[in-house]
Design a protein around this ligand. Structure first.
Ligand code: ARG
Length: 445
C-alpha cells in the first residue's frame, strides 16, 4: 500500500507551489481571525525554513508521508510544534493539490509560450534572410511550384502563432483558484477565497467546490496544446531531416545538433531533429494517458487523479527541450540556396505559369490551357529539356497562339514574383509578412 499510494517521488516537483499556496492560506486564516496572528506568523516563518531546506538539499522522499503536502506539514511540525496542525484548517489535500497543480501548469504554459516566441524569432530571422531564395514547393512531396525559403519558414511561424494562442486560451481558463473548496463541499469556516485567489495571482476563486477538486481540464488543455505544438515541431523536424539527406542537400545541420556514427566515419546524423520528431509521439501519449485516466470518473476527487502529474511533467520536459533544440537548429542551419534553386528548375515547376500565361495572354480557358501545357511538358520530358528550353517552333506546333512573350514567364524568378496575392510566395509578400511578424514579436524594439 505504501508503494502504490506514494506520490512523493513525482509530486515533490510541486514543492514551491505547495509552499506558496500554504503561505497564502495561512495569511488568510490569520487575517480572518481563524488562526491567531502569532500562530499564523510562526507557520509562515516555518514554511520559509522548509522552503530553504528543500532549495538547499532537495525534498526528502519518505513514502510513508505519501505526498508533498504531508511531507511539508510533517517537517513544519518538527520545526514549530503543534501550531503546525492549524495550517490545515478549512482546507483539504484535495483543494490543495488542485491549487498547487494549477500553479505549476500555469508556469508551464508561460514557459511554452516563451519557448515558442524564441523559436518564432529564429524562424522570422531566417525567413527575412531568405525572403527571395527560390526552392521547389511540394505537394505529395512532388515538385509543384517554385516558392521561396522565406515563405516556407514563415508557414511554421503561423503554426506556432496558433500554438501560442492555444496556450494563452488555456491560461485564461486555468486562472481560477480552487483553494478553499476543501474536501469537496466547501467549509464552515469564514474564509476569504477572494484573498487567497488574489495572493496567488488568480483572476478569481472557482465557483463550484465539487468541480474545483475534480477538475483537471487545465492539465488536459495544456497537454492538448502541447500535443498539437509537438505535431508542428515534428513536421518541421521531418523536413529538416529530409532536406539534410544527401540527395536533397538543401541544408547542413549544425554540428552542435548532429552526431557522427560509431562505424561510418562519413556520417553526420540529424539526431536532434529525429528526437524532436520522436518526442511528439511521447507527448501525444501523455495526452492520451490523462484523457483515459479522467474518463468516467464520478465527482468529486478520486485517487486515480494522483496519476495526473507524471504525464504533464513528462510532456512539459519534452516540449521545453524540443522547442530549444528546434530553435538552435533553425538559428544555425546552413541552407544551400543554390541547391534549392537548382531543384526548383527540375520537375517542371513552372508548368502552371505556362498555363496561366495562356489564359492571360491568349484568352484560353484554364482547363484548355492546362491541357496544352500538359502536352508541352510531355514533349520537354521526352527530349530531356526544361520547359523554357523548348523552341518557339516546338511550342507553336502544340498551340499556335503561343508567342515569344511566354519565355520570361517560365523562369522560376518570374513564377514566384507573380504570386503576390495576400499570403503568396512573392518575395515582396514574404518581406511584408516578416516585417509584421518582427513587429508582433517586438524584435526591432
Ligand atoms: N497526493 C494526492 C494527489 O496527488 C493528493 C490528494 C490526496 N487526497 C486524498 N483524498 N487522498 O492527488
Amino acid at each position: 500500500m505504501r508503494e502504490i499510494n506514494a506520490s512523493i517521488p513525482f509530486d515533490k516537483a510541486l514543492w514551491k507551489q505547495d509552499i506558496a499556496a500554504s503561505k497564502a492560506h495561512v495569511a488568510m486564516l490569520g487575517a480572518q481571525g481563524i488562526v491567531s496572528a502569532e500562530d499564523a506568523a510562526a507557520i509562515s516563518a516555518g514554511l520559509d525554513t522548509v522552503a530553504g531546506e528543500y532549495e538547499a538539499s532537495g525534498v526528502p522522499e519518505d513514502w510513508s508521508l505519501e505526498d508533498i503536502h504531508m511531507t511539508t506539514e510533517s517537517r513544519l511540525a518538527e520545526l514549530i510544534g503543534p501550531a503546525a496542525g492549524r495550517l490545515h484548517t478549512a482546507r483539504s489535500r484535495n483543494d490543495q493539490v488542485a491549487t498547487d497543480f494549477r500553479l505549476w501548469v500555469r508556469d508551464a504554459l508561460d514557459e511554452a509560450d516563451a519557448g515558442l516566441a524564441a523559436l518564432q524569432a529564429a524562424l522570422v530571422t531566417r525567413a527575412g534572410e531568405h525572403a527571395g531564395a527560390i526552392m521547389p514547393g511540394f505537394t505529395h512531396l512532388q515538385v509543384a511550384q517554385p516558392v521561396t525559403l522565406g515563405h516556407h519558414l514563415m508557414a511554421y511561424y503561423e503554426m506556432l502563432r496558433r500554438d501560442r494562442s492555444r496556450f494563452s486560451d488555456a491560461r485564461a481558463r486555468l486562472n481560477e483558484c480552487p483553494l478553499g473548496s476543501a474536501a469537496l463541499a466547501g467549509t464552515g469556516f469564514a474564509i476569504d477565497r477572494a484573498a487567497t485567489a488574489q495572493a496567488l495571482g488568480f483572476a478569481k476563486p472557482t465557483d463550484n467546490s465539487l468541480d474545483s477538486v475534480s477538475d483537471r481540464d487545465f492539465a488536459l488543455d495544456y497537454l492538448m496544446a502541447a500535443a498539437q505544438c509537438s505535431l508542428h515541431l515534428s513536421r518541421l523536424a521531418e523536413e529538416l531531416i529530409v532536406w539534410a539527406s544527401q540527395p536533397y542537400g538543401f541544408v547542413r545541420m549544425p554540428d552542435a545538433l548532429s552526431t557522427g556514427s560509431s562505424i561510418m566515419p562519413q556520417k553526420k546524423n540529424p539526431d536532434a531533429a529525429e528526437l524532436v520528431r520522436g518526442h511528439s509521439g511521447r507527448i501525444v501519449g501523455c495526452l492520451t494517458a490523462l484523457m483515459v485516466t479522467m474518463k468516467g470518473l464520478p465527482l468529486a476527487y478520486s485517487k486515480d487523479m494522483q496519476d495526473d502529474k507524471p504525464p504533464v511533467f513528462e510532456a512539459a520536459g519534452l516540449l521545453t527541450l524540443s522547442l530549444a533544440a528546434m530553435e538552435g537548429m533553425i538559428a544555425q542551419a546552413a541552407f544551400n540556396t543554390a541547391r534549392m534553386r537548382q531543384a526548383a528548375e527540375f520537375g517542371y515547376a513552372t508548368a502552371t505559369d505556362l498555363a496561366d500565361w495562356l489564359v492571360r495572354q491568349a484568352g484560353i480557358p484554364f482547363r484548355e490551357a492546362h491541357h496544352i501545357t500538359g502536352a508541352a511538358v510531355k514533349l520537354a520530358e521526352s527530349k530531356g529539356l526544361a520547359l523554357e528550353a523548348l523552341s518557339l517552333e516546338e511550342l507553336r506546333a502544340i498551340d499556335p497562339r503561343i508567342d515569344e512573350g511566354v519565355f520570361p514567364a517560365l523562369s522560376v524568378e518570374a513564377s514566384v514574383a507573380a504570386r503576390a496575392s495576400h499570403g503568396g510566395t512573392a518575395p515582396s509578400e514574404v518581406e511584408k509578412r516578416v516585417a509584421e511578424a518582427r513587429a508582433a514579436l517586438g524584435m526591432d524594439r
